[in-house]
Design a protein around this ligand. Sequence first.
Ligand SMILES: C[S@@+](CC[C@H](N)C(=O)[O-])C[C@H]1O[C@@H](n2cnc3c(N)ncnc32)[C@H](O)[C@@H]1O
Length: 273
Amino acid sequence: MNKFGGEWTKQKLDILQDYLNFYMTALKNMRFKKIYIDCFAGSGKIEFSDETTIDGSTTMSLNLDNKFDEYYFIEKNKKNYHELEKIKEKHPELNIHIYNEDCNDALPKIIDNIDWRYSRGVLFIDPYATQLDFNLLRSISLTKAIDVWYLFPFYAVNRMLKKDKNIDDDWKKVLNRCLGDDSWEDDLYFESTQLNLFQDVEYEKASVKDIQRFICKKMKEVFPYVSENYLVLKNSRNSPLFLLFLLISNDNPKAIGLVKKVEKYILKDKTMV
Ligand SMILES: C[S@@+](CC[C@H](N)C(=O)[O-])C[C@H]1O[C@@H](n2cnc3c(N)ncnc32)[C@H](O)[C@@H]1O
């Protein structure tokens, strides 16, 4: 991991930690069961190329002063899963559930088994690439009880959106899955005004900013509230790698108002759009 990667890895975890602290304080005197779900959980530790380590999202969530009633960690990689098992053993006092599965399989089961009338949750989605099925976001939103931080894999998506729209079927499937449907085909490409030698229609691709706006629009189709100031995490060449969204499934205007205030405070000085 390069130095820059290290910086935004810390930044996203700081943002999550600030939000979890706010969340637990805001819900402190409410009788809801408080739930934290981490669906690309990692191993509990993050190591940088200079061999320094920091706590990963799972360890950070367990170490907060205010404890959640339940923790759900999903991690597909066996080795990382075994590390999570060790962490669970160290915390017999906490209610930790770990799953060595694809999150697209485990997350729907977890969501279905919780009675969201009496529970509230925060879900952290932190994939390396396009693994999350967009349809899962729809079931999450239906709970009206889960706040989501989603590190959307912009770089991976943008790379598959080829300039000339000549995209093979396998990549189309991945794009459809990650973006929810095939509307990107019409929304992110337009016919070029210049015809080629054979008078064929040629396509041009939307700008990086327009692709970001499109992704934001897709999130807004699903969630009652999507962070206005989503954070753009860039690499050292200034190319956007990930977009960090806060997605709120609770449609209560009071709850949304509170989130808007907190979002401004948490993302203050960090928004790089
Ligand atoms: C960016 S890392 C997560 C880091 C973690 N949030 C932290 O702060 O330590 C992504 C993790 O997702 C896991 N993973 C990849 N595909 C997955 C899938 N389909 N379901 C669940 N976990 C997956 C990887 O093994 C990796 O540990």
